[in-house]
Design a protein around this ligand. Sequence first.
Ligand SMILES: [Mn+2]
Length: 346
Amino acid sequence: MFLTFRWFGADDPVPLAHIRQIPGVRGIVSALYDVPIGEAWPRDNVQRLAASVNDAGLALSVVESIPIHEDIKLGRPTRDRLIDNYAASVRAIGDAGVRVLCYNFMPVFDWTRTDLAMRLSDGSLTLAYDDAALARIDLSRGSGELPGWAHAYTPDELATLLAAYRGVTDEAMWEHLAYFLERVVPAAEEAGVVMALHPDDPPWPIFGLPRIITDAAALERLLRLVDRPANGLTFCTGSLGSRPDNDLPVMARRFAERGRIHFAHCRNVRRTGERRFHEVPHPSTCGDVDMRGVLAALRDAGFAGPARSDHGRMIWGEQGRAGYGLHDRALGATYLLGLWEGLARP
Ligand SMILES: [Mn+2]
């Protein structure tokens, strides 16, 4: 394992120079944020991003993410051109030296919370999800009421998109994912890139939209769609850990032993009810995720890929992007480094 850190580009309030000072962090996880979804990523822009990271003494290790156009997820006829563009983007990141692509296959919304600033007893602010609170959100006014999605969709856009997904079953989503992977995995192989699908977050349907990447059986099915090493997983302990039926160390062992975990997101959650959880500090003692068990499984399997501390709380008065402040993620990184060092064989 080697440690990485997510960085949102030049607009990120956390500068690369600060990330460089976190012990053990060698890699950056980033993306191009100004390319419209569905268009091919310009090679020069990817090269410039990689160069700016190199100039800071770090390496662009992972691209997270190249978003997948909704027409691909919906299986529309326009998808072939969009998939060609996607493959071109994968080749562009491979040419820039990036070896891992983290992406997801969630319809309409990706990670979703109902509170971006829930106050914990220690005064820190964290991200929280409650299915009952989600049910009270009125999407007829667009995505404005959904925390973190204020400017994403107008009411008309959202209504059209939600209508398009009506009748799209889980099985249809699986078919659309297979169609995509059958065409993109070969391009990734040629480019020297491995694909690392991030589980759905939270891992259950929301707003009636299908969500299929939720548990061990789903991850198994995903790997079989295209049974090649370049079709692999981002093992996100926070996403998978918000379901009590996911045994994370067992899953980590099972998929890492087959060389199919390409990226680890390490985050801890506290489950407080049916489909209700909030994020907590990274150590195992702080929540329901057995982080030591997961890292021991990865260590035993010889995992040598990138890992990062996933979302952190807002602590010490830091202002910034919810889930992506510097301080708590840096604490998480040093915790992961210490765990890994303690687990290493002499
Ligand atoms: Mn994650």
